[in-house]
Design a protein around this ligand. Sequence first.
Ligand code: NAG
Ligand code: NAG
Ligand code: NAG
Ligand code: NAG
Ligand code: NAG
Ligand code: NAG
Ligand code: NAG
Length: 801
Amino acid sequence: MKNPTGSIIFLFLTVSFLIPHTNSKTLNHLKRGSSLSVEGDSDVITSPDNSFTCGFYSVGTNAFGFGIWFTQSSKTVVWMANRDKPVNGLGSSLSLRRDGAMVLTDVDGSMAWQTNTSSTDVDRAELLETGNLVLKNSSGNILWQSFDFPTDTLLPFQTFTKSMKLISGLRNGSFASGYFSLYFDNDNVLRLIYDGPEISSLYWPNPDLNVYQNGRTNYNSSRIAVLDDMGVFLSSDRLQFSASDMGFGVKRRLTMDYDGNLRLYSFNNLTGVWLVSWEALTQPCNVHGLCGRNGVCVYAPEPKCSCPPGYEVSDPSDWNQGCKPKFNLSCSNSRRMKFVELPYTDYYGFDLNYNPSISIQGCRKLCLDDCHCEAFSYRLTGQGVCYTKSALFNGYQSPSFPGKIYLKLPMNVEASGESEQTIYNSSKLVCRSTDAEVVVGFTSMYDMAGKRAKWVYLYTFASAIGAIEILILVTGWVFFRRHDLPATLEDGYRVISSQFRRFSYAELKKATKKFKEELGRGGSGAVYKGVLADERLVAVKRLGDAFQGEEEFWAEVSTIGKINHMNLVRMWGFCSEKRHRLLVYEYVVNSSLDKHLFSNNFLGWKERFKVAIGTAKALAYLHHECLEWVIHCDVKPENILLDGDFEPKVADFGLAKLSQRGGPDSEFSRIRGTKGYLAPEWAMNLPITAKVDVYSYGVVILEMVRGIRLSNWVVVDGEEAEAELTRFVRIVKRKNQCGEESWLEEIVDPRLGGQFSRNQAATLVEIGVSCIEEDRNKRPTMASVLQILVECEDDESKDYT
Ligand SMILES: *[C@@H]1O[C@H](CO)[C@@H](O)[C@H](O)[C@H]1NC(C)=O
Ligand SMILES: *[C@@H]1O[C@H](CO)[C@@H](O)[C@H](O)[C@H]1NC(C)=O
Ligand SMILES: *[C@@H]1O[C@H](CO)[C@@H](O)[C@H](O)[C@H]1NC(C)=O
Ligand SMILES: *[C@@H]1O[C@H](CO)[C@@H](O)[C@H](O)[C@H]1NC(C)=O
Ligand SMILES: *[C@@H]1O[C@H](CO)[C@@H](O)[C@H](O)[C@H]1NC(C)=O
Ligand SMILES: *[C@@H]1O[C@H](CO)[C@@H](O)[C@H](O)[C@H]1NC(C)=O
Ligand SMILES: *[C@@H]1O[C@H](CO)[C@@H](O)[C@H](O)[C@H]1NC(C)=O
């Protein structure tokens, strides 16, 4: 209170509501005619349960906003009246004027913000327990509420309507309006948009899919959405998701983050930390506009902005400015142009020209002849698909992207000099925290139908069949498979299932009938069969006692829960109570590969090849595709489960990191993995890369060909111990060198009685042997293994004898 008279009136008016400290003015309401001063640190209004506080909030040197924040987490501002117009740290005030308007005035008396309630009978301002600041009249009717004017955050019970937007902050820690927003579009669909200085671009839900393929509807025009106190978000366009810790009693907020992702956060009131319990995009580089004009978002493996060759960063402190060319592109000198290739890269949108069937030379010429063309995108997806680009925005690089960008540069420009900057650091799931590195560089790429090309196909198909669209949506990947479209790449893009959640220990005890039926037991714990209340069959893994803290466990398990691929065992949830740490997985009916390989109940060739290819898909996805670049670290037949159709599902991924903090005494602090499948670098104390999984995969596929455990040790010549594997490889090499025609027959599992594809078997042996190279640099990546396998997938039957 600056003005003593004002203070006296203020004190008089509010005396009965003051907390009994003489100099504190913490209130739970503000009467008409009184005000709060920027100088009084304790000039704040709190909600009756003290969970929210409202007052002046420092947003910079001597700059203040009037906002609402969580009392327990004072850095988490959920609303701000004047985010783009901060007021001076001296002499500014917020008053509830006698005319009924709530007004924020700066030191010079200018109005920074006001409510639309002048000439109403507003009697007081109150902060409700929901975090809603309301102006009420004397009979308690709400005439104005902050919930109608959100900034970047939506709180439980705050209805999101067609007239609202959540607008991100400009950068980390900044409250000023940025460029990303959540809003209801004209077609009634809730979307995320980048609305920057130069361009606007929608990026969520997936712009390559239509409304129905994205699981939404544009039919309901009420355009209303709300987050409830259980953590369930429901929107009139049928978007529905829930917090991974769904349930009552947790403080949550849905925030449009400065990096363009929409995240639901849950507050841990013991540690005071906000944890992400849902997010809209699992792949940060799919956000548009992140790296500005010409910039490219790359996974390194954290997402980073980078400039392409011939370009340099405009303003290192602001990637919205993107990259500027180091040359002048002029129309006259089209003969003196060259093209520089950027593999696995795309710039989304701004297509001058789209040509679905043209040679690369034709595409090149199209771009060369058009002086507006800055680059072209070309992919070999059956026929070449060519897009020429008039501007380069929304650039991203992803190992799964089947095309390349060819940048048009003048001859004399040196195509080098990249600059990168971290957007933010994300946690990685790796085998050991300290010395792990993840290989992202590749030598080859999947040579299969591109994402966008496929959607074109789908669009055409869907419109042809019209009403069957919804059926396509419902049958999802089944549909892809029936039509022999490779489903590998798309699986990663499916919407995160909202099924992932936290279970109580009592619930799991009941589901497993007190852990009665044990399915198996591995390094990290025993697995039990169970039936959930909704009748889903589950496998419940009970982890050892000395596991990491609840907080870390929760964060990491939620990350694993987001990983979704048809060849990976789906995690449906977890339980973390006292010392109990349990993981809940989908139940896979046909047990594990070892039971179908090393017993009398062995698989035929067709199934074996299916298992080899599915496992390669799963590992390629973990290594190159999914957000976190997971290294499995324990690939072996016991961890490859088979479903009803003998489609493999890889189990136990992501656990490496969960167990690494078990402490020195814990059984988990040792090397993860299983003898016989371990790559030599484990023993040599080298950094662990994704190539350890390639090695183990090689052993597994050789075992599938041979039909016996090669990972066993055998005694040769009395004393000398030799791995069965080494002997096998020696035999293969010798037979091959001698050019023996019948070498395959002698190597392949004799139980198959010759019923196998010669070509596929030869391919598996060749891949297997290259995967177990001692020098990991000589081993292929899982992506290139997959490519080779996909090429000979249809070979079966052709050359059965
Ligand atoms: C103030 O604005 C809100 C939201 O736009 C509206 O619902 C309300 O009727 C307005 N109040 C007055 C008094 O104009
Ligand atoms: C408070 O506002 C409501 C709705 O605007 C109105 O019906 C009521 O009469 C008002 N009460 C007083 C005391 O003015
Ligand atoms: C539209 O959505 C709202 C909110 O989710 C719902 O209450 C209403 O029933 C829906 N209307 C139709 C016609 O489905
Ligand atoms: C912390 O949250 C739990 C629910 O998750 C609640 O039961 C408990 O009362 C809270 N503790 C405090 C101090 O708010
Ligand atoms: C591009 O042209 C502008 C003026 O047209 C000139 O100032 C600038 O130096 C040129 N840049 C290069 C790299 O040639
Ligand atoms: C934002 O900045 C704060 C510190 O100012 C840091 O703790 C936090 O991790 C940052 N967030 C991200 C996503 O980088
Ligand atoms: C990201 O992490 C690396 C080390 O892991 C660190 O050097 C770098 O400063 C971090 N960047 C940011 C923006 O936090």
